[in-house]
Ligand binder design. Structure first.
Ligand SMILES: [Zn+2]
Length: 329
C-alpha cells in the first residue's frame, strides 16, 4: 500500500469512528440506548431467527420506563418503548441484539419486545396507540419475516414452532410451559388491551408500507450543537408536507443510516459528532437536500477554559476575603 492510500484509509477510518451509531432500525423511532448491562449482544438473524413480537405493558410512565432500561441495575430491557398515545416511539436495543423482557431465555432470543406506557387493568389506550403500534408491527414483520397473526392461549414451548404477535402473558414459563407470563407469570398486557382493535388496525394499515412515497424535496437545518448535534429534516411532495417519507443521512458522503419524516412531514434527529468540520445532507432516490457545513468546537477545550475561569474567580474571592480580614485586624 502506498503512502497516499494509507493516509486516505486513516482519514476514512477516523471519519467513520467519529460518528457514533445513533440511528435506530425502525426509521420512525428515535434511538436512546439501554445500558449494555441490560441486554445480550448478538448477531441476529445469524444467531437466532426472530419469530415473535411480544407486547408488554410497562407498569409506569414512558419516561420512567426509558430511564429504567438505561439504569444498569434494572437488568431488563425491550427493543422499543411506545408512549400511551403512540406519539413517541423510542428504540433502546438494536434488533440484532437480545433484549431481556420475556422471562424465558429462548423467547428472548427469538423475539422483539415492545413496552407500552401504562398500567395493567388500569390504562385505556386511545386509537392512536393502536394505529402507531400497528405500523411498527407491520414494519418489523415485513423486515424480519414474522407472521402478523395473533395466536390464542400460551405459545409453544419451543419458539421455533410458530411465529406471530403475542402478549407477555402468553410466553410459556420455561420450567412449566403450561403456565404463561414467563418465569414470573406476568399478566401484561392484560384484559384492557384490545387485541381485536390492534388486528383491525393491522389490516387497515397493511398497505401503508407499500404506499410510502418518496419526497421530491428535502430540507435539512441545524437545531443545536449543544451536547448532541440536533438536526431537523422537512419532507415535501408537490409542495406539501410529505408524511412517512424515508431518507438517507450522509456525513461527509458516507451514509450513516436511514430515517423517515413522521406523520407531520418533519423529522428531528441527533448525531454524536466529535469536534471537527462536517458536511451533512439527506437524500433519497429522487432528490438530495441542501448541504449543511458545520463545525463542532472542541468541547474538552471549552470545558478546560471554563474550569480555569471558575478557578481564577474563586482564587480572587479568597484573595479579597484575606485582604479584608487583614485590614480589619
Ligand atoms: Zn411484560
Amino acid at each position: 500500500m502506498c503512502k497516499e492510500n494509507l493516509i486516505v484509509l486513516i482519514l476514512i477510518i477516523s471519519i467513520v469512528s467519529s460518528v457514533t451509531y445513533t440511528i435506530p432500525d425502525y426509521p420512525f423511532s428515535s434511538w436512546e440506548p439501554a445500558d449494555e448491562q441490560n441486554y445480550s449482544k448478538s448477531n441476529r438473524e445469524n444467531d437466532y431467527e426472530i419469530r415473535w413480537i411480544i407486547i408488554h405493558v410497562a407498569q409506569g410512565s414512558f419516561q420512567a420506563t426509558v430511564s429504567w432500561f438505561k439504569n444498569p441495575k434494572s437488568r431488563v430491557s425491550a427493543h422499543f418503548v411506545i408512549s400511551k398515545d403512540g406519539s413517541k416511539i423510542v428504540q433502546m436495543v438494536k434488533i440484532k441484539d437480545v433484549a431481556w423482557h420475556a422471562g424465558n431465555l429462548q423467547y428472548n432470543r427469538h423475539s422483539i419486545g415492545i413496552e407500552i406506557e401504562g398500567y395493567v387493568n388500569e390504562t385505556i389506550w386511545p386509537d392512536s396507540l393502536y394505529d402507531k403500534l400497528s405500523k411498527l408491527l407491520i414494519w418489523l414483520a415485513n423486515q424480519y419475516n414474522i407472521s402478523l397473526k395473533h395466536i390464542d392461549g400460551i405459545a409453544p414451548p419451543n419458539p421455533n414452532e410458530d411465529s406471530g404477535i403475542i402478549g407477555h402473558s402468553q410466553v410459556p414459563d420455561p420450567n412449566n410451559p403450561s403456565l404463561g407470563g414467563g418465569r414470573s407469570h406476568h399478566t401484561d398486557p392484560g384484559p384492557l388491551f384490545n387485541w381485536s382493535k390492534l388486528m383491525k388496525y393491522i389490516d387497515k394499515n397493511r398497505e401503508w408500507l407499500n404506499n410510502i412515497s418518496e419526497a421530491d424535496k428535502l430540507k435539512i437545518s441545524l437545531v443545536t450543537t449543544y451536547g448532541k448535534t440536533v438536526f431537523k429534516v422537512s419532507c415535501f411532495y408537490n409542495g406539501e408536507k410529505n408524511p412517512y417519507s424515508l431518507f438517507r443521512i450522509h456525513v461527509d458522503d458516507k451514509i450513516v443510516g436511514i430515517l423517515g419524516c413522521n406523520e407531520d412531514g418533519i423529522r428531528i434527529f441527533s448525531l454524536d459528532l466529535k469536534s471537527g468540520e462536517y458536511e451533512i445532507y439527506v437524500s433519497n432516490s429522487r432528490t438530495k437536500s441542501n448541504i449543511l457545513k458545520i463545525s463542532i468546537k472542541n468541547k474538552e477545550k471549552i470545558l478546560y477554559f471554563s474550569l480555569a475561569a471558575v478557578g481564577l474567580i474563586a482564587l480572587s474571592i479568597i484573595y479579597y476575603i484575606f485582604k479584608i480580614k487583614k485590614k480589619s485586624n
